[in-house]
Each structure stands twice: as C-alpha cells, then as structure tokens.
Design a protein around this ligand. Structure first.
Ligand code: ACO
Length: 357
C-alpha cells in the first residue's frame, strides 16, 4: 500500500428550526407556490433564528458527524470549512467551529468556492490525507443565507408570525425586486469526517475534476462589501441593494445543465469507471429542473440520483453533505458504493469528486 486514502467515517447535518413554505413567502414577496414549485421544485426551506451564524450550524453538523464516525474531538487534526456566508468579514468560520467544538488548536482552512465549496473541500481532504499531512479531517459546509436577505425588521416580524401583516407596500415592493433570488435559498450545514485508510480495497476519495473560470463571475456575485470599494461597505451601498447577490438565473441554469453532466462523465472516465458502475450521483441543489436535465443528459435512472432541494432549497456549501447524508440514511450510499458529488456555483467554480464509501 502506498499513500493512504481518505475514507468517509461519518456524516451529520444541521437544519435550523424555522420551516418556511412558499405560501409564507408570498406574504412578504410578490410570488406564489405554483411559480416556485414549477420553476425550481422548492416547497420549503429552513431559516435560522436571528443570532445563529454559519459557524453555529457548522459546529452542530460537525458534532453529529463526529458522533456518527465514533471519532473523539481530539483525534481531529485538520478542519476544512466551506462557506460563502462566514460569521464575519474575517476571520473565517473554520477556527470558530474549532472553538465551538472545544477542539485543541489544529489547522483550520476556509474555502470560498460558494456552491462548489464542498467539492473543493473533498479534493483538499484527499490531498491532506494522501500526503500524510493529516489523518483525521473534519470537512464542513455551512451557509446562513438569511444574512444576505435584504428584509426590513418589519418583514422579519411578519415572516416569523410576530406581526399579523400585511406588509406595507414599500416593503413588499422592495422584497419583490429580488423575488427570483430570495425564494431559492435556505440555511443549513453538513459535515463529514474522513480518516486515513491504509487498506488497499478501492474505498475512499478516488479523485476529482475541478474548474474555476472568472470570466463568468459577473453572473452570480455580491457587488458590494469587498476590497474594490473604499470603505468596503457604505449606507448608500446598502440602500442601493449592493449587498444583495446579483444573479443572472438563466445563464447559471444553462451552464449548470451542461457542465455538471460533462464534469461527472469526465471524473468517471479519468478514474476508469463507467456511468453504469456509478451507484449514486449527488448534485448541488440549486434547482430541481437543473438536476433533472443533468440526470437526463447522463441517462441515469432515478434510483441513482438523490435530490432534497424540495425540502431545503439551495443551501450553497451545505447542499452536497446534506443531500449525501440523507441519501446515506435512505440506504443509497452503502459501504462500497461508488458516489459522484458534482456542483457548480459562483466564481464560476464547478467540478465533480468521486468516492467509494
Ligand atoms: N415568483 C413569481 N414570479 C417570478 C419570480 C417569483 N419568485 N421570480 C421571477 N418571476 C417572474 C419574472 O419576473 C418573469 O416575469 P415576466 O416574464 O413577466 O418578466 C418570469 O417569472 C420569468 O423569470 P425568469 O427569471 O426568466 O425565470 P426562469 O425561468 O429563468 O427561472 C430561476 C428563474 C428559477 C432563478 C432559474 O433561472 C434558475 O434556477 N436559475 C439557476 C439559479 C442557480 O443555479 N443559482 C445558483 C445559485 S448558487 C449561489 O447563489 C451561490
């Protein structure tokens, strides 16, 4: 046996308590259940209580993953955290998760690849374990999208049933400006624990094909709140919606339906497998229609694809572990199963990772 492989030892998820259905959203946004279901497949999503951050959710998912893996906190010798909504501008959420978990000081790496963050994290874990730098790695994907939602406190009151409503027309109009975006997202976290595996039985992370292309960064981004601005945030920027993500949904859709199947084929081919040998495909959950089109392009039967966007919406870095964990619970990722985890997100970043459970 040469290098050790990164073998999945356990997984866990954290889902916040506030379940928001499409009808509830239509109280604060000019939208309706049918539009959201037909265009995206989403039925509900979950929001955190005010004050709950990405690292809080990340730590909760991590505790569950460690318990599932039967791994004590002091065994963890590296943390990799993917989030696009860190608790603060800096530091990142990795060390905050280490602190929440009460772990000894270990290297903690933050990744900024948005919806593809967890896929990049899997490749990082693979490299850390194969190289011998780490033997037990905690990989976390956590995002609190509600922090990016430009709602007034009155909107939140109506949403949380603390006030009867209806919303004032100005608030309703403002929220509706972003309706194509706001209905898609939810908060969640997912975590996986990987251990160095010395047995040469083909199990573990097998490899990845990842890409980044800044030429399309404009189709999905937050224009304000960065070093291009001095100061990085101003009251005018907030008033002008500069802190709200900008999304050209159609362009993202078109890229996702072509690149996700292409890169899934590529990673299988690169490691000597066929689509027939694939047991499970877990894709980023941005839109059920994207995933249905990708499944069709790959000619995969429904039992080999698992989606849960219907329940959680798009939770960015958390979609891959959240979806994988539920697929595993449903018996679709048993020991020995060949799984591809494929994503595309802002940056653009996209890619696919192959692992044998
Ligand atoms: N409710 C009701 N109507 C709406 C809503 C809404 N929530 N949002 C938009 N509409 C209306 C539009 O105003 C438009 O009306 P018009 O025809 O009268 O002008 C009509 O619906 C069509 O709007 P489109 O934006 O063209 O709708 P589309 O079919 O493209 O669907 C969607 C939009 C669901 C966003 C789709 O483009 C998509 O899913 N794209 C990919 C999104 C994605 O993957 N994002 C990645 C996010 S990852 C990240 O953020 C890190």
């Amino acid at each position: 046996m040469g290098q050790p492989r990164a073998l999945l030892a356990g997984s866990g998820i954290a889902v916040p308590p506030l379940e928001i259905d499409n009808d509830t959203l239509s109280r604060i946004i000019d939208t309706h259940d049918r539009w959201i279901r037909e265009r995206s497949g989403i039925v509900t999503r979950f929001y955190v209580e005010p004050g709950t951050s990405s690292s809080d959710l990340g730590a909760e998912a991590s505790r569950k993953a460690l318990e599932d893996a039967g791994v004590e906190g002091d065994e963890v010798d590296y943390i990799v955290c993917a989030t696009m909504t860190p608790d603060h501008y800096f530091p990142g959420a990795g060390t905050l998760i280490q602190q929440h978990l009460g772990l000894r000081p270990v290297p903690a790496l933050d990744l900024r690849q948005q919806c593809a963050g967890f896929a990049y994290g899997l490749q990082t874990v693979d490299a850390l374990i194969r190289s011998g730098i780490a033997r037990t790695v905690l990989l976390v994907g956590c995002d609190v999208h509600t922090s990016l939602m430009p709602f007034s406190s009155r909107t939140w009151e109506v949403l949380h049933d603390e006030s009867k409503g209806p919303l004032e027309p100005e608030d309703f109009e403002w929220n509706s400006r972003f309706r194509h975006l706001l209905v898609l997202f939810g908060d969640a976290a997912g975590a996986m624990v990987f251990k160095a595996h010395e047995v040469d039985d083909g199990r573990g992370i097998l490899g990845a094909r990842l890409y980044g292309d800044g030429s399309r960064s404009d189709i999905l981004m937050v224009p304000g709140g960065g070093s291009r601005n001095r100061p990085f945030v101003t009251p005018e920027m907030i008033a002008g919606a500069g802190m709200v993500p900008v999304m050209d949904g159609r362009s993202v859709f078109k890229l996702a339906v072509t690149r996700m199947p292409k890169v899934t084929r590529e990673v299988l081919e690169a490691y000597g497998y066929t689509l027939d040998e694939l047991d499970l495909l877990v894709m980023h959950q941005a839109n059920l229609r994207i995933n249905e089109a990708a499944q069709k392009a790959l000619k995969l039967p429904s039992e080999k694809v698992f989606n849960n966007i219907q329940k959680y919406g798009n939770t960015t870095s958390a979609t891959l572990p959240l979806c994988f964990h539920e697929a595993r619970q449903a018996g679709k990722a048993k020991e020995g199963s060949l799984v591809a985890l494929t994503a595309l997100g802002a940056g653009l970043h996209w890619g696919s990772v192959l692992m044998r459970v």
